[in-house]
Design a protein. Sequence first.
Length: 419
Amino acid sequence: MMTQEIRNYTMNFGPQHPAAHGVLRLVLEMDGETVMRADPHVGLLHRATEKLAESKPFNQSIGYMDRLDYMSMMCNEHAYVLAIERLLGIEAPERALYIRTLFDEITRILNHLLWIGSNGLDLGAMALFLYAFREREELMDCYEAVSGARMHAAYYRPGGVYRDLPDTMPKYKESPWRKGKVLTRVNEWREGSMLDFLDAFADDFPRRVDEYETLLTDNRIWKQRTVGIGVVPPEQAMAWGMSGPMLRGSGIAWDLRKKQPYAKYADVDFDIPVGVTGDCYDRYLVRVEEMRQSTRIIKQCVAWLRANPGPVMLDNFKVSPPSREAMKDDMEALIHHFKLFTEGYCVPEGEAYAAVEAPKGEFAAYIVSDGANKPFRLKLRAPGFAHLSSMDSIVRGHMLPDVVAMIGTYDIVFGEIDR
């Protein structure tokens, strides 16, 4: 009799696959359509961010932080700036802390909108991507209005933020697609200040989230692709060092904004959504509810910022630049400006760890200073790296299409994983 050997085969998933969410190369050992082993390969994007930051004055590395998780730009900046402030023993003015809280939540919504759109696209829901980007464009205009950049803002600075919120919002210009009554309607929110714009956006946004839920939450195809897929028990979530929606989706109500408050999170009211079964569907529901909670926080921050004008940067020329007006009138201010932008500032010897609740989980910066004007060592803690490490143990025994659902629900951005 003839004998035939039956063995597993190996296939590459990525790094060019659109559902790989970056340059993830996943080597899958398959038994037919069933995954027997998943081996994530990283290193295709490595940019040596931490090492580069050790060769530059502290402030010159803020722009590198934006390029880590490039969907959660200001949250990355927040952790880095917070660590520097702890080393310097300074705290930003109260108005700056509220602005940071406001933009952290704008960033969370931006991240989750891209996540829900791309995850829907991965699993066959085309329309949702277009819906999510409709709202995303509005908030990207806020990024651009405060920093001049739509993505890599470099807006947070040790001692506060770059500048106060603008009194006007950019308006849409007339075009073949927007004119007459249509142009008036789309510019309606933009007639006042940025705070007016955000107030109007926060009033309207819950209705938009309802639209996303109408498309997905009870959609039988969506539930077939996500319910019971990629279940992460709470014990396993903690053992793998998971955080953010990955951990809360497994039923653990851990959120740094509540447990270790920073900025002004201790002074705003919001709830922590948690899942029950820890599957892809629960993590979807957690992120959807987080968008609603972020809207609550934005409303509270807008109300406080309206009522309380004040400085947004420390009046300390050793760490923050003097105004352009002062620089042109005062020789001492000019010297401070020149020294700050050429040499930076020296930070006392020591070490500091600062963690923030970024949209994907706990993002942190650990800085060791030897008293120089640049970090002696910088180590970044990226939530996506810990999550990706668990890929093999979670997708083993699932079908190949479930790997796509799992990568999507991890909310992977390779900038922070491979940094």
